[in-house]
Write a protein that binds this ligand. Structure first.
Ligand code: BTN
Length: 278
């Protein structure tokens, strides 16, 4: 199986122009997002270029959203972080998240034929046995400069690829893997190459001013569902029906009294499963 993700193997087949021209592979690391964050903080003579990609087979301290951990057995998954230097206005803050989710959907569809959905703001999910299950998590960490422009963005992506049902981690949204969904092992290298290519294509389109918003919104299974949105500590922020997303990517939740709340960050729990909108 084409499963090794070393630089030599990736560069031999890399279909991109600029994403991955700087590529580092770590058999083991604490966290690829943490690595890039520290590189940015300690920039001196060595400055990682726009489009740098860090990939690992195992993270000892993989980081998830909302201060959670991200767990994946060694060699089972696609675990990567991409460094971008967009210099975009802050209003485009969610574009990296939107493009990353869509690029993961592109790559998974191309390599496996399954059509995943997105769960606001940035989970990639698939319907399995009457439940929405998470295939991939995305953690975007961006920094603004003094002019309030997006100076850097670290896009961390973890796709559950070859994890058996018994080895799937416990998570707020129940997890699944491509192997479980497809019923066969999936080669990681073609999936990673397709992901890098899809991301580059979407980023180039964004540079030309094309917003990913409409496509992202159309993929969100959250819209139309009854939801509870909670903060990091688990406390309820808002409860109601997700009726849409704003231009900036906030989730619009209509409460029982008809008021609509726009939520920027939070963890969405679907109150009931309703596949009719999915
Ligand atoms: C989530 O909570 O859903 C986001 C998970 C993001 C995990 C990826 S794995 C590669 C990268 N490095 C990290 O430490 N986290 C991200």
């Amino acid at each position: 199986m084409r499963d090794s993700l070393t630089r030599e193997k990736i560069w031999a087949e890399l279909p991109t122009r600029w994403v991955g021209n700087e590529y580092q592979f770590f058999p083991v690391i604490d966290s690829t997002n943490r690595f890039l964050k520290e590189s940015l903080a300690n920039e001196g003579s060595t400055r990682l270029p726009h489009g740098s990609v860090m990939v690992t087979d195992f993270q000892a301290q993989g980081r998830g959203r909302m201060a959670r951990r991200w767990l994946a057995p060694a060699g089972s998954s696609v675990l990567m972080s991409l460094l971008l230097r967009p210099n975009w206005p802050v209003e485009r803050g969610m574009w990296l998240t939107m493009m990353a989710g869509l690029a993961v959907v592109d790559a998974i569809s191309a390599e496996t034929g399954i059509q995943p959905a997105l769960k606001w703001p940035n989970d990639v999910v698939v319907a399995q046995d009457g439940t929405w299950r998470k295939l991939c998590g995305i953690l975007v960490e961006a920094e603004l400069d003094a002019q309030q422009r997006i100076a850097s963005g670290i896009v961390g992506i973890g796709i559950n690829v070859n994890i058996s049902a018994e080895m799937l981690p416990e998570a707020a949204t129940p997890a699944t893997s491509l192997q479980v969904v497809c019923g066969r092992p999936i080669a990681r290298r073609p999936l990673l190459l397709a992901l890098l290519q899809a991301f580059e294509r979407r980023y180039d389109a964004a540079e030309r001013g094309q917003s990913p918003h409409a496509e992202w919104a159309a993929r969100l299974m959250t819209i139309g569902q009854p939801v509870r949105v909670s903060a990091v500590g688990g406390q309820l922020m808002v409860e109601g029906t997700a009726v849409g997303v704003s231009a900036e990517g906030q989730l619009l939740v209509e409460q029982a009294d008809g008021r609509v709340e726009a939520v920027s960050v939070g963890d969405v729990t679907l109150r009931e499963v309703d596949f009719s909108e999915g």
